[in-house]
Ligand binder design. Structure first.
Ligand code: DON
Length: 587
């Protein structure tokens, strides 16, 4: 795997300690009834070797907060709220700014999901996932011998019809208060006047050089053959022009106007199949969020075409059948998480897909009764094996941002190009990268994709279909129905597990948000049948117990990239992913 795809993660060094014994059988019982509206905060303990220097304190502010993977983009959101905009106005401003300052994942050439919950109780889930082009075929990524090629990953054939511009404009129209023109001004300014490249952007561009030099973006990001050194002012005049067109003329400029022409011309140059008809037909969809409960807290999260909400709720509903969660980091805890995630991922990979093409049993999968049935199959002392598919999961890139305004409106948005810088394809003259989201389909059902995800026919390629996602933007209310948390992540399937774990760390383990984000993570996705954990994040005793229970443990350098906001005792707490870069900005 080329290092170009590695997310920015601090190396996790040093040794492990802390021993928590495996005890007490797991029994499916009714949850205990707690009456506290918000979780109390307690000190958290992690293994000795867990790197202290990684921990990030929360930024705390009274009125409003934006947390994203780029401080400049968070500031764009803050600027809009200070000018009277609400959380949706700010989220759209941040989204467009990320396309300028965080081209790794921020985008107008990709897609995403936005979960909105207004302080007055209205809620929506905007689905602006890419769709397969009309000329797409089920086997388009197989060679003459039926072997899977890498064309779903790199180059113009990998590109799904982008949804970002339509989705952000739709969210703004339905829930915002300002014009597209006004909320896009910070992004336009950043593109036209430029901004100082920081070391994270330099490292990222430098790492992706081999892939990106093949495409037109080389003229923007490697002007003299190299990535811009930290401190260089990076201006993107083509992108500024594109953004200005969208700001002045609306999404039509992108889907039917001059930008559509440029995009289709790029397709033709590089063997892509997106046509003007594909672009003109693209529609973002406003859906009802999936609403569920966990021990009295309420969650608003993303329905299909993302698998995130269902898989998360299925896991939480199973966990809720256990009256008390075991101690964080104990073998019992990891076992419970692994087994509940495993069961939820089996359903995910077999049953979930674009609801316009496949009937998804949402109510059944998210019901408490179904969860009780699933949880009753967990063996308290042994791992339940999944069929083995041994493909390596590879880290890619997406980005999540969370926004809260002074009224308590909340927005959780996750947006992606899929791989870092997407397919690498860059719309010449228009200044932006295009996604490689087609790889999220089961390009060959039964065979793993780049995340090692093994998926079935339900998610096979069909023209006009949305590829199944794992993105899980989520809003949590406290036991009195008041906004408590806004959270989401990047990281392919590890999005689902990491978002669930951060929520559990706060609600069950009583961690502060800073600790909940800093805490070591694990991941289980049924296939391949391995329990992935962050290096030095599990004690030796826990690892020994898990191995004895039948788990195959696989260390990794870092799992997912979460950005979250929590209502704490002193105000809104914003915490940027400690394993990555970004900024929490509030006032
Ligand atoms: O939609 C999905 O599930 C993937 N395209 C997300 C990719 C991703 O999170 C990569 N990021 N680190």
């Amino acid at each position: 795997m080329p290092s170009t795809r590695r997310p920015d993660i601090l190396p996790l060094l040093a040794s492990v300690a802390l021993t928590i014994a495996l005890s007490a059988p797991l029994a499916a019982q009714r949850p205990s009834k707690s009456t506290k509206a918000v979780p109390t905060i307690q000190a958290a303990a992690f293994p000795d070797g867990w790197p202290v220097q990684m921990r990030r304190p929360a930024v705390i502010d009274q009125h409003a907060m934006v947390v994203s993977n780029s401080k400049l983009a968070s500031q764009a959101g803050e600027e809009i709220m200070k000018r009277g905009g609400n959380a949706v106005d700010a989220a759209v401003a941040t989204g467009f700014a990320l396309a300028v300052t965080y081209p790794f994942a921020g985008n107008i050439g990709g897609g995403g999901f936005m979960v909105i919950r207004m302080a007055d109780g209205r809620a929506a889930a905007i689905d602006y996932r890419e769709v397969a082009p009309l000329a797409a075929t089920r086997d388009m990524y197989l060679d003459a011998n039926g072997k899977l090629t890498n064309k779903s990953l790199v180059g113009a054939l990998a590109v799904g019809v982008p949804g970002a511009v339509a989705g952000m404009a739709q969210a703004l129209k339905e829930y915002g208060t300002m014009s597209l023109h006004d909320v896009m001004q910070p992004a336009i300014r950043l593109a036209s006047q430029g901004f100082a490249v920081d070391s994270a952007l330099y490292r990222s561009l430098n790492g992706s050089k081999r892939k990106l030099m093949q495409f037109a973006g080389s003229k923007v990001f490697y002007t003299n053959g190299n990535a811009p050194a930290p401190g260089t002012i990076l201006k993107q005049p083509d992108l500024a022009r594109t953004l200005t067109l969208i700001a002045n003329e609306g999404p039509k400029a992108f889907y039917e106007g001059p930008i559509a022409d440029q995009l289709v011309a790029e397709m033709k140059r590089d063997g892509g199949i997106i046509t003007k008809q594909d672009l003109a037909q693209y529609k973002a969809i406003t859906r009802k969020p999936i609403v569920g409960t966990y021990r009295g807290y309420t969650l608003y999260t993303m329905p299909p075409s993302s698998s995130g909400g269902i898989t998360m709720l299925e896991t939480l509903n199973q966990l809720e059948t256990f009256p008390k969660m075991p101690a964080f980091g104990s073998a019992r805890y990891e076992h419970l998480l692994a087994e509940t995630f495993r069961r939820a991922f089996v359903d995910r990979n077999e049953k979930l897909a674009d609801p316009a093409f496949v009937k998804v049993p949402v109510d059944e999968l998210t019901s408490k009764a179904y969860a009780r049935k699933l949880a009753s199959t967990i063996d308290p002392n042994h791992a339940t094996p999944s069929p083995t598919f041994n493909a390596a999961a590879e880290p890619m890139h997406t980005t999540h941002y969370s926004v809260v305004d002074a009224k308590g409106d909340a927005v959780a948005t996750t947006t992606t190009l899929n791989s870092g810088y997407g397919s690498g394809t860059f719309v010449d003259g228009a200044g932006f990268f295009l996604n490689d989201e087609m790889d999220d389909f089961a390009a060959q059902p039964g065979k793993p994709n780049q995340f090692g995800l093994v998926q079935g026919d339900a998610n096979a390629i069909q023209p006009g279909k949305r590829m199944l996602s794992a993105m899980s933007p989520t809003i949590v209310l406290d036991r009195n129905g008041k906004l408590l948390m806004v959270v989401g992540a990047a990281g392919g399937p590890t999005i689902i597990t990491a978002v669930t774990e951060v929520i559990l760390n706060v609600l069950d383990q009583h961690m502060s948000l800073a600790d909940a984000m800093y805490a070591p993570r694990m991941h289980e996705q049924a296939w391949p049948d391995v329990l992935t954990y962050e290096q030095n994040g599990l004690s030796k005793a826990t690892m020994d117990s898990l191995t004895a229970m039948g788990y195959v443990l696989k260390p990794t350098r870092g799992l997912a990239n979460v950005n979250a906001i929590l209502r704490g005792p002193k105000g809104w707490e914003g915490v940027v992913e400690p394993r990555s870069t970004g900024g929490a900005v509030g006032y």
